[in-house]
Design a protein around this ligand. Structure first.
Ligand code: KG4
Ligand code: ZN
Length: 361
């Protein structure tokens, strides 16, 4: 019988402060505490993330969340195998809050720390509760990134293609701003689109005619703005609340569904090119598993459309899609041998941008 192991994950790269503890025993993985403080409400009045405000909120919330997480998991920090923390990419002020919390715990309990690349953790979150073998094609779709990765092993990620401007989540959020919906708007558009007809209006697909896995969403947002300037009456139909169907808002629902469909179609089209690129490797068993993670992977139309075409697709479970501590703790579980021992771990630093792949797993 294997030893019971506990892993702590800390996530503060953007606007969610999240802490989780994972228990591993005989290859069984349990998320025994998963806490999150989201700043959406605070930030919605600014229409997006304000780095300084986000950093201050992380600072205020991280200690109570850590305390509550150990209470909920009913373990002591001394029982941890390691502490994992997002160190890149993200907003520097928010990242530093998490990194300092991790280092403080490491100092107090002489624990190793793993510096985690948030992007890889989003995709590898699939291993929390599903079985997927390597290699796989990973589609990471979040508020800050849209990337097709070739994941050869847990240590080997290669970019097959990515967005050249806005990320898919940004397209949802910026579209939501034009439509006077709240921030972030992805889940709102997703909900309203369920009452709409996705083929009613036609929106462009960025880089449609380039035969590669690059994406572009900035033109789509502009097309929506121009459409709304030409059809201002549709915006008057915008519902005040999103949980119930509203009469006389069909045009608005159709608009949401059509805008969303264009994002889904773009991701699906470029997935085909990404698969073509990865299929070039003949030694790989077919069909190649596909993993979709990141906040936009919650989107119901994306899930439905891709699942219809690709039976070998796996979506990260929704609660592990948007930024969360469980995916970070899980990364620490997968890469136990890569955590930096105390006291060397006290030199771990945060970096806003993804600069050198070799520095991180
Ligand atoms: O992964 P995430 O929490 O943060 C980043 O790492 O960026 O993703 C946040 C993004 C936001 O843009 C949000 O609008 C989007 O995920 N999102 C969705 C849905 N739920 C969250 N987009 C479309 N449909 C959803 N259901
Ligand atoms: Zn994220």
């Amino acid at each position: 019988m294997n030893k019971v192991k506990y892993f702590l994950g800390i996530e503060t790269s953007c606007d969610d402060t999240s802490v989780a503890i994972i228990k591993e025993h005989n290859e069984k993985v349990d998320v025994i505490s998963h806490l999150k403080f989201g700043q959406e409400e605070l930030l919605s009045k600014w229409g997006g993330v304000v780095p300084e405000i986000a950093a201050r909120n992380h600072l205020e919330k991280i200690t109570p969340l850590l305390k509550a997480s150990f209470e909920e998991a009913n373990i002591k920090p001394s029982q941890l195998e390691n502490i994992s923390v997002t160190t890149l990419p993200g907003l520097l002020g928010p990242l530093l809050t998490g990194v300092n919390a991790a280092k403080t715990l490491a100092l107090l309990y002489k624990k190793p720390v793993l510096a985690v690349n948030h992007l890889y953790a989003h995709l590898e979150a699939i291993h929390i509760d599903q079985k997927v073998s390597y290699p796989y094609l990973g589609l990471l779709v979040s508020g800050g990134h849209s990337i097709y990765f070739w994941v050869k092993s847990k240590d080997d990620f290669t970019v097959l293609g990515s967005t050249i401007d806005d990320a898919a989540g940004e397209a949802f959020d910026k579209g939501g701003k034009i439509l006077n919906l709240g921030y972030p708007a992805g889940h709102i558009i997703d909900k309203l689109a369920t009452w709409g007809e996705p083929k009613r209006f036609s929106f462009p697909i960025g880089l449609k005619s380039s035969a590669d896995a690059r994406l572009s969403f900035s033109g789509l947002k502009t097309a929506l703005r121009i459409f709304c300037e030409k059809n201002p009456k549709i915006l008057e139909q915008a519902p005040k609340q999103y949980s119930h169907f509203k009469q006389n808002a069909q045009d608005f629902y159709d608009l949401c569904a059509s805008y969303q469909q264009s994002i889904v179609d773009a991701l699906e089209l470029k997935l085909r090119y990404a698969l073509k690129k990865s299929n070039a490797n003949e030694s790989v068993k077919k069909p190649i598993p596909i993993v979709v993670g990141g906040g936009v992977a919650c989107n119901s139309a994306l899930r439905k459309n891709l699942a219809k075409k690709y039976p070998q697709i796996h979506f990260v479970t929704p609660k592990f899609c948007t930024d969360n501590g469980a995916m970070i703790a899980n990364y620490g579980r997968i890469h136990q041998n890569k955590a930096i021992e105390y006291p060397a771990c006290l030199h771990i630093d945060a970096r806003g941008r993804f600069i050198n792949k070799q520095d991180y797993l």
